[in-house]
Each structure stands twice: as C-alpha cells, then as structure tokens.
Design a protein around this ligand. Structure first.
Ligand code: ATP
Length: 345
C-alpha cells in the first residue's frame, strides 16, 4: 500500500499542545492541509518527515510504521521528499548538482536529473545555472525536482509558493501540481491559501487548532462544509442566526430557502455570490455599504443591514460596484447552508 496514515498523533512543545490526537489517511494524489497560521501544519509535516517525534499516536508511510511503534525510522530512511517554503537550494551548486544531491554519486549528473527537470517543466538551458540566476518560481521547481529525484513514495510541501508574487504563484502552483501527478507520488501540500488548496488538491484537510475539521474533495468542502467554521474559513460566508422550518428559514435577510434539512434555531452560512445587490431602495433588505474590495473581474463588499448590527459579505460584478457609504438592497438567491445553532443547544 502507498500513502500516509496518521493515527491519533499528538504533539506538545512544553505546555503548548499543538496537535491533538490527529488522524489523516491519504492514499494517493495531492492532499492540501489548509489552516490559519500557527494551527500546527508545519509540525505535522515535520513529524511525518521524521524531524520530530510524536508524543502519542502512530505514523505509517506505505506499509511501514515510521513513528510511534518502537524506534522511529530516521528521516533519511523514510523515502520522503520535502519541499520547504524557500531557500532550499544549495547556493554554491548548479541546478544539476542541486537536483542530483540525494542520488547515488554515479547518477548525480545523469538521465534521472534530466527526467525530473523535464517533469517540472524546466528547460535544459537552466541545468548549469546557479540558484541566484533563477526566478523564484524556477527555484521552487528545482526544489521539487530535487525532492522527486530519488523517487520518494511521499512528497511533503510546506507553503512552497508563499514567497512568490500572485501571478507566478498560480503558474508555479499549476506546474508543480502537474509534475506531482505525472510522478505518481502521493503529496501533502501545506498552505494557508484557500484558493491554492481548492484549485490544486484532490482533497482538502481543513485544520484548526491542531485538529482536522473536515477532509473532503474541494467541491465538497465548498458546497457541503461540515460546520459553520469550515464554511466561514473556506470561501467566506456570512454566518447568520435564523429559525428554520419546512425547508426555509427567517433571518435578518428575510426568508431564505435551505439546502439542508434542519429545523429550529440554525446558523445560516450565506456565500457572497448568493447575495444579490441592487442600488437604492428596491425589493429586499436595505443595507449601508461599509467597504469594497475591488479585484478587477469582480468585487466583494461588506454592507451593514440598516437599523441593525448584521454585516453581510456580497460579491458584485466589476461593472456594478456601489460606492462605500451608499445604500443598497440585498436579496438572497439559491439554497443556503444551514447548521443547528450550537449557541442554542
Ligand atoms: P504557519 O502557517 O505560520 O507556518 P503552522 O500552522 O505551520 O503555522 P506550526 O509551525 O506547526 O504552525 O506551529 C504551531 C504552534 O507550535 C505555534 O504556536 C508555534 O509557535 C509552536 N511551535 C512550533 N515549533 C515549535 C518548537 N520547536 N518549539 C516551541 N513551539 C513551537
């Protein structure tokens, strides 16, 4: 069996418990571990790579238990490739030597190096260059090529695109995902960027405070989040209290129809694209526009319902962006996610 099994893994530093009986099973493809800064993502990768030992639980790579059952298998014997955030390359070695570093001496400048450079879509013209002669995106592709060269069964990537600017980040992300898929390696990609997680991974593990809240396919995470926390963290959502019955709920945005079958006190998660915004006082709920984030293709705005405290996030097309301070009319369209309200139980 290939892949990774993390079972009941806990880790504390001093009195700070960072991972709390964590379970994760990854059999193939790319799994993104998505969570806010400090939630324990890097600690998890370091435990899997063998740079740290767990306090409890077991870690298995393929068929082999590498930690938590007797003597831990040392990092160098785990057949794991590791791609850190940046600065992974040896500055005094050219690309070929960097990529061949983990290979037996005889094959360090051989066909395997050329093959993995091909896999990460780097031209042979970069093979003799030094890291400072490469762009940030090229450096990260070389780092991946080096991780892939010894044919690892598992590749761990720790925020590998975080030092790149937006355009390069997307291109490099796509190239890295293609290379990982072509190599057939199982990969775990740590990120705090939800766009990156949803667009590159086959499954997303949403992490918060040392635990996984949900592990599912990207579309499932977005369309069927397991909790209001996941809905709020992945893709943004306005969380509103409401009262549900017979497939609809009443809330500060009026009556909305529900995606899920719940009744009584509920927490509604309304996606920005489900809120339509029209100028002035037409049919709907009046709200004051607080601020607007313009993205070119569209914009998101925050508006406070008139006479109340409720703040709603809405997405509007680039051509119809209302000015901050103006009054707009909000309407909810489509079926809305609803969860039993934890505050009511
Ligand atoms: P980021 O996205 O900012 O890199 P993360 O989710 O990867 O964050 P970790 O680096 O795993 O988070 O850190 C989780 C917590 O553990 C943090 O509070 C951090 O300060 C703490 N921590 C990590 N390594 C150590 C260490 N060696 N000694 C003490 N505390 C540590």
């Amino acid at each position: 069996m290939s892949g990774l099994r993390v079972a009941g893994v806990s880790k504390a530093f001093g009195s700070t418990r960072v991972l709390d009986s964590l379970d994760l099973e990854v059999t193939d493809g790319i799994t993104a571990v998505l969570g806010p800064s400090g939630c324990g993502k890097t600690t998890l990768l370091r435990l899997v790579a063998g740079f740290l030992d767990p306090d409890a639980g077991t870690i298995a790579i393929g068929d082999r238990v590498v930690a938590g059952d007797g003597r831990p298998v040392p990092a160098r014997s785990r057949r794991v490739g590791y791609v850190p955030q940046e600065g992974a390359l040896f500055p005094h070695l050219d690309v070929t030597s960097n990529v061949g570093f983990g290979l037996p001496r005889a094959s360090r400048r051989g066909a395997r190096v050329r093959d993995v450079l091909d896999l990460v879509e780097l031209p042979s013209s970069v093979a003799e260059r030094y890291p400072h002669e490469l762009s940030g995106g090229q450096q990260q592709r070389v780092a991946l090529a080096r991780a892939l060269a010894p044919d690892p069964s598992l590749v761990l990537l720790d925020e590998p695109f975080s030092s790149l600017d937006a355009g390069l980040r997307e291109d490099t992300g796509r190239a890295v995902a293609r290379a990982l898929r072509a190599s057939g390696a199982t990969a775990v990609l740590v990120t705090h960027d939800q766009g990156e997680a949803l667009s590159l991974a086959d499954r997303v593990a949403v992490m918060r405070a040392g635990r996984f809240l949900q592990v599912s396919a990207p579309s499932e995470i977005y369309l069927r989040p397991a909790s209001p926390d996941v809905a709020g963290f992945v893709g943004h959502a306005t969380l509103l209290a409401g009262t549900a019955s017979d497939g609809t709920a009443t809330c500060d945005l009026g009556r909305v129809s529900l995606l899920t079958d719940v009744a009584g006190a509920v927490l509604l998660a309304i996606r920005p694209e489900q809120v339509s915004v029209s100028p002035g006082a037409s049919d709907g709920i009046l709200a004051d526009v607080l601020d607007v984030s313009y993205f070119g293709h569209d914009a998101t705005l925050r508006a406070r319902v008139c006479g109340g405290e409720t703040v709603v996030i809405a997405r509007v097309p680039a051509g119809g962006v209302p000015a901050p301070g103006s009054v707009v009319c909000l309407r909810v369209s489509g079926d809305v996610l609803a969860f039993p309200d934890p505050a009511a139980s």
